[in-house]
Write a protein that binds this ligand. Structure first.
Ligand code: MHF
Ligand code: KIV
Ligand code: MG
Length: 278
């Protein structure tokens, strides 16, 4: 594996070559370093940090300052992976001008290579304006968590013929608007496959089946570090919560038993110096 920086052109070439694309969320420096070294292609500073890092029950309270703060940390750790920062709720929905200004702030202040925005055809103008400013954009359709109250909950999208047709149309319009990739969240596998075949740009699925050009997951879900969040699309590759809990329990016990710190963790004073003390 080459350690050259992944660019938007590399992602385009991967789609054409039929080579799978891997993406994971990261919210801090040490996780970014670890995932980057493991070879993940793209790191998403997701607004899911609202849930996972900040403890909100949705992504709606997340601010530009939150995204920039965590985006900077991730960019410092990502040598090879392409870093994408989610635009937070209300940073791009009010006016096209504000959307471009905020996308520009994210690029200037974090060093990310792209931004991501949620929404279908209604976001085409925003996407093309940001792209015109020279900023690569990933679009995001299907279950768009910033619209959870309009969607009426976290439910699979595109299940009726009309809803599926709208998503296919949204995808085509967003490609035309200049998005270089498309995240599809919680939609039927056959629909995601149809969209993937219809587009020249890469599709990245989360709960959208194996027919996408790539996959994304929230890192805490994959590692088993977010108790209680178990939608169908999550595969737990580890149980870090248990490992952390067992490690900390051992630490507490060893403190009580004077097992920690041992001599190897402590600094010694020469006997002659000790004798001089009065
Ligand atoms: N830890 C975490 N992981 C995520 O993937 C994630 C977040 N947080 N926060 C922001 C959004 C919210 N997301 C969610 C939240 C809930 C479901 C969910 O309950 N899905 C059901 C659908 C059930 C149905 O309609 O049949 C599922 O079982 O997958 C899906 C995505 C995805 N994002
Ligand atoms: C789930 C992914 C696609 C996302 O938008 C996030 O983590 O915020
Ligand atoms: Mg998001």
């Amino acid at each position: 594996m080459s350690d050259k920086k992944i660019t938007v052109s590399v992602i385009r070439e991967r789609k054409l070559a039929g080579q799978a694309i891997s993406m994971l969320t990261a919210y801090d420096y040490s996780m970014a370093v670890t995932l980057d070294r493991a070879g993940v292609d793209m790191l998403l500073v997701g607004d899911s940090l609202g849930n996972v890092v900040l403890g909100y029950d949705s992504t709606l309270p997340v601010t530009m300052e939150d995204m920039i703060h965590h985006g900077k940390a991730v960019c410092r750790g990502a040598k090879r992976a392409l870093v994408v920062v989610d635009m937070p709720f209300m940073s791009y929905q009010v006016t096209v001008e504000a959307a471009v200004t905020n996308a520009g702030r994210i690029m200037k202040e974090t060093g990310a290579q792209a931004v991501k925005v949620e929404g279908g055809e209604e976001m085409a103008e925003v996407v093309s304006a940001i792209v015109r400013a020279g900023i690569p954009v990933i679009a995001h359709i299907g279950l768009t968590p910033q619209s959870v109250h309009q969607l009426g909950g976290f439910k699979v999208q595109g299940k009726s013929q009309a809803a599926a047709q709208k998503l296919l149309n949204d995808a085509r319009v967003l490609e035309k608007a200049g998005a270089f990739a498309l995240v599809m969240e919680c939609i039927p596998e056959a629909l995601a496959q149809k969209v993937t075949q219809a587009l020249q740009i890469a599709t990245i699925g989360i709960g959208a089946g194996a027919g996408c050009d790539g996959q994304v997951l929230v890192i805490n879900d994959l590692l088993g570090m977010c108790s209680g969040f178990t939608p169908r699309f999550v595969k737990k590759y580890a149980n870090l919560e248990r490992m952390i809990s067992e490690s900390v329990t051992a630490y507490i016990r060893e403190i009580g038993e004077k097992q920690f710190p041992g001599p190897e963790h402590s600094f010694q004073l020469a006997e002659v110096e000790l004798e001089k003390l009065y």
